[in-house]
Structure formats: structure tokens, C-alpha cells
Design a protein around this ligand. Structure first.
Ligand code: BYC
Length: 474
């Protein structure tokens, strides 16, 4: 399953044997490169960046590392190895052979899911396009660009499926993926979180921790799909995705470590004093965390969803880690208790489990997020400080599902709208917070040096030292 780099579009799907598909993708390629030049990272296109590039889809040693100019990065099409005799793992058709082609009756549903997934990838590159100018170190700058080129590749992954399996409609959708833009008033990206600006590095770390983690859960759900090419595509995307969440997890930990150092040096918890020393006070970190976590919760869809039930029944989209995590792969009779708003109160209602799948996956996501908070809280505890990060309730600040527009406090208790609006500034980043964070965003370009608001990483990339020139600026 090694990747053919002799081709114009590197791939492991034997693209050369399908001339029509190859030509169609070769026509899309210049449009993609134009999009990258126009809406990818601003400037830096001639910088040499220490990037990893996939050379194989084997679990071990799949990437090559070296300095590359981003426009020369080899975006391509890589699918995980096929599993021999793979069978449908859940739903009404459990145990039947998986599909190598799209069943006619599921065509529009599958296309829609692939388009929604595909839309998030270039969206995130657009959201992050200005961040290179304010990178806190060359190490971070390289990580940003690594994430960006791989999100570009994930767009390729979805475009391949659209071109290969959805005919003319698929080709049109592939064009639309480059026509919608993050935050565009007329043609925004499909999901709300992907229209939020990411103009500072604290937001970038929150996004890669919380929003990329939604990516992990959605990709795992799609990796279970009975549509085998989609499953194989997502399985390989997950290999790359792990690094993106690592960037967020360690980025936030480094911010916290630096703040704790300043707190110790100054002997104070006072946010004003910590800010004056150029570090980010922990309550501000919490407000950013609350913002990005609550925004990312919406990406799982409504608590009770007939769409989700139909995806599961038909085998289109499953639950993450279906085989390892669940015993009943049909889930026809089972129910799930959902908590829904009832005036100023909360009521529990039993819902068919298949309808509650978005909520079940969201709950697994919340558990996963909590592990990151536990790690950061251990740093705070070890420093002898009393502050603790908390995840807000999944009811807080929702715009999708039963809790959409229902005012609650971060603990999830319904409150009056006036009280909610009056207190939002305690819970979410204020204009003052954003101005302060923006004031810290200054580019640091000397190898090994870090901005004052973030601690250095524990180690460099691929056994290189932290002061390695990860980006050679032109
Ligand atoms: N915003 O029945 P429901 C990633 C719509 S991130 C706007 O619950 P469903 C990445 C919904 O479309 C992962 N609209 O929906 C991360 C539906 O519309 P219709 C991206 C929303 O289908 C970082 C209606 O509301 N992958 O990879 O069960 C960097 C009723 O909702 C939203 C995917 O999302 C929303 N947040 O679930 C780079 C996987 N939520 O049918 C990349 C593919 C719901 O009434 N997508 N709606 O017109 C899906 O599986 C599903 O579309 C969703 C929604 C899970 C998003």
C-alpha cells in the first residue's frame, strides 16, 4: 500500500487505471491550488516548513519529514488498507457484505454527509489563515502549517469520494467546497463553528483541542460506515488527526504552565497582575474554553434525531468504536434517557436509542474532553493553586437541539433570559479579554525562543531539538 509519488496526484488507489477520474481530479487540482494561494495561510508560501508527508498508510512509519514549501506539499489520495471480507457492523443489515459502490437509495444522504465533512476541512484553513503572522515560536508556526496542509489533504480525501462515486453531482459539490468560505455573508461554511474567526493562538489551541476532537468522533463514526471507500478514507484521516489534537492539548498545557510560573514569581492570583506580566490569567483561559467547547457541542447535531436513527439503521454512519464499545449492534429495542427543557424545569424522556445517537456520541466526546481538563488541572494542583477548569454543561449556549436558545448557567440550570444575558461576560470571552489576547499576539521567529505567554514544549518534533529551525522564513 505504498503511495505513488510519480503521479501528478499522489495516490494509493491506482488512479492511473481510471483515466476519466484521473482527468476530472487533475482539473480540480488547479482550482484547489488557487484556493490555497488565495485563502490558505497568508504569505509564508515561499517559507520552507519542516512537514511530514504521508508515504504509506501502514500504521508504522507512514510519514516522511523534511523542509517543504507549502505549495509544493504533495496533497494526494490515501485510503487505509482494505479489510478482507469486511461486513456491515451495525444496524438492520448487520453481517451483510459492505458496499463498494453507493447504493442508489442512499446516494443523496451519503453525498450530504461527505459534503458536510469535506466542508469543514478547507473552512478550518480559512479560519486560521492569519495566524502565521503572530506565531509564538517557529515550533508553533510549523505545527500550524502542518495542521493546515493536512486539512487540505482531508479535503482531497472527500473530493476523491465525490468524484469517484457521485458522478456529475459529486463534481459540482467538489467545486462548491471551494466556493463556500468561512464567515462569508452569502456563502458561509455549512456548520456554525467553522464560521467563527480564529484570530488568536489561544483560540487556535482551543479549536484544535475541542473542534478537531469533534472531527475525531465524526471520522470514527464514518469509519464504521458500510460504504467501504468512505470507511477506508476516514480510517487514514484519523491517523493524521491525532497530531492536530496534540497541538491543542499541549498548546493549552503550555499556556497554563507559563501562567503558573508567573503566578509563582509574583505570588498572586490577581488577573490584572498576571496580565501586566504578559501571561494569560486562568479565568480568561476558562472563558475561551467555555466558548469553543459549547460551540463544538452543536457539531454533534440534535439530541433526538431521525437523521441519526436512519444513518444507523441503514448502515451509513455508525457509532465510534462500534465493535469495542458496544454489545448490541442492532439497538432496535433499546431506549435512552434524554433530559429536555420543560419551562423552567428539566424533564427526562425515554427515546429510542437509535434516535439518541447524536447525544450518545456527544457524551463520549465530553468524556474525552474531560481528560484534557484533568491533565491541565493536575498542573495547577501541583503548583499549589486552587483554580480548576470545568466543562460547562452540554445544555449551556446551545444553538442546535432541545437546548437551543434555552438560557442556562454553565452548570446547566435554566435561568431567566435577562440573568443569562447579564452574566454572559463572566462566562464567555469579553471584548476586553479579546483585546488583551490580541495584544499578546506578536510573532517570535528566533529558533527556540517562545512568546512570553507560553512555555516551551517538552520536546521538539521527530527527535529534533526545540530550537531547530522548523520554518526557514524566506
Ligand atoms: N450547524 O438531525 P440533526 C472536522 C442541521 S469536524 C448547522 O441532529 P444530523 C474538523 C442538520 O444538518 C467533523 N446545522 O442532524 C474539525 C439537520 O438539517 P436538516 C465534521 C446543523 O444529520 C476541525 C438539522 O440541523 N464532520 O472534521 O443528525 C478542523 C437537524 O439536525 C448542525 C461531520 O459533521 C450544526 N452544528 O447531525 C477540520 C460529519 N447540526 O436535515 C475538520 C458529517 C445539525 O433538517 N455530518 N444541523 O436540513 C454529520 O454527520 C451530520 O451532518 C451532523 C448533524 C452530525 C453534523
Amino acid at each position: 500500500m505504498s503511495i505513488d509519488y510519480g503521479e501528478r496526484i499522489p495516490n494509493n488507489v491506482d488512479l492511473a487505471s481510471n483515466r476519466t477520474l484521473q482527468r476530472a481530479l487533475e482539473q480540480w487540482q488547479p482550482a484547489f491550488l488557487r484556493w490555497w494561494q488565495e485563502l490558505g495561510p497568508t504569505d509564508f508560501q515561499s517559507a520552507e516548513v519542516y512537514l511530514r508527508t504521508a508515504i504509506s498508510v501502514d500504521a508504522k512509519g507512514w510519514a516522511h519529514y523534511g523542509h517543504v514549501r507549502m505549495p509544493d506539499y504533495r496533497w494526494g489520495i490515501f485510503l487505509a488498507q482494505p479489510e478482507p471480507d469486511r461486513r456491515i457492523g451495525f444496524g438492520d443489515d448487520l453481517g451483510k457484505p459492505v458496499w463498494q459502490q453507493v447504493p442508489g437509495e442512499y446516494r443523496s444522504t451519503l453525498r450530504r454527509l461527505i459534503v458536510t465533512q469535506g466542508d469543514t476541512e478547507p473552512a478550518s484553513v480559512e479560519q486560521q489563515r492569519l495566524l502565521g503572522h503572530s506565531a509564538p515560536s517557529l515550533y508553533d508556526l510549523r505545527n500550524l502549517f502542518q495542521v493546515n496542509v493536512e486539512e487540505g489533504r482531508h479535503l482531497w480525501a472527500m473530493v476523491y469520494l465525490l468524484h469517484a462515486y457521485f458522478g456529475r453531482d459529486g463534481r459540482e459539490e467538489a467545486e462548491e467546497l471551494l466556493a463556500r468560505h468561512s464567515g462569508d455573508a452569502d456563502k458561509p461554511r455549512i456548520l456554525t463553528t467553522f464560521n467563527e474567526p480564529i484570530s488568536d493562538w489561544l483560540s487556535f489551541f482551543m479549536f484544535t483541542f475541542f473542534t478537531d476532537r469533534d472531527g475525531k468522533f465524526q471520522l470514527k463514526s464514518l469509519a464504521e460506515s458500510s460504504f467501504d471507500p468512505l470507511s477506508r478514507t476516514c480510517r487514514f484521516m484519523l491517523t493524521e488527526e491525532a497530531h492536530h489534537m496534540f497541538v491543542g492539548d499541549t498548546g493549552i498545557a503550555r499556556v497554563v504552565r507559563r501562567t503558573l510560573e508567573v503566578m509563582r514569581e509574583l505570588g498572586t492570583e490577581d488577573p490584572g497582575a498576571i496580565r501586566a506580566a504578559g501571561a494569560i490569567d486562568l479565568p480568561t483561559v476558562q472563558r475561551y474554553l467555555t466558548f469553543w467547547f459549547s460551540s463544538s457541542l452543536d457539531l454533534f447535531g440534535a439530541e433526538s434525531s431521525t437523521n441519526a436513527a436512519a444513518y444507523f439503521a441503514t448502515g451509513i454512519k455508525g457509532r465510534p468504536d462500534e465493535q469495542q464499545r458496544y454489545a448490541d449492534h442492532v439497538a432496535r429495542e433499546a431506549t435512552y434517557a434524554l433530559e429536555i427543557p420543560d419551562g423552567a424545569k428539566v424533564r427526562t424522556t425515554q427515546t429510542p436509542l437509535r434516535n439518541a445517537l447524536n447525544e450518545i456520541v456527544r457524551a463520549a466526546y465530553v468524556e474525552d474532553c474531560a481528560k484534557g481538563l484533568a491533565r491541565w488541572n493536575r498542573l495547577i494542583e501541583a503548583a499549589g493553586q486552587g483554580f480548576r477548569f470545568v466543562l460547562p454543561s452540554t445544555r449551556f449556549r446551545r444553538t442546535i437541539g432541545n437546548w437551543a436558545g434555552v438560557p442556562t448557567d454553565p452548570a446547566g440550570t435554566p435561568i431567566a433570559r435577562e440573568a443569562y444575558e447579564a452574566r454572559l461576560g463572566e462566562w464567555l470571552p469579553t471584548a476586553d479579554d479579546r483585546a488583551f489576547i490580541t495584544s499578546l499576539m506578536r510573532r517570535v521567529v528566533e529558533p527556540g525562543k517562545m512568546a512570553a505567554w507560553i512555555a516551551p514544549p517538552d520536546k521538539g518534533i521527530k527527535e529534533r531539538p526545540v530550537d531547530y529551525p522548523y520554518v526557514r522564513l524566506a
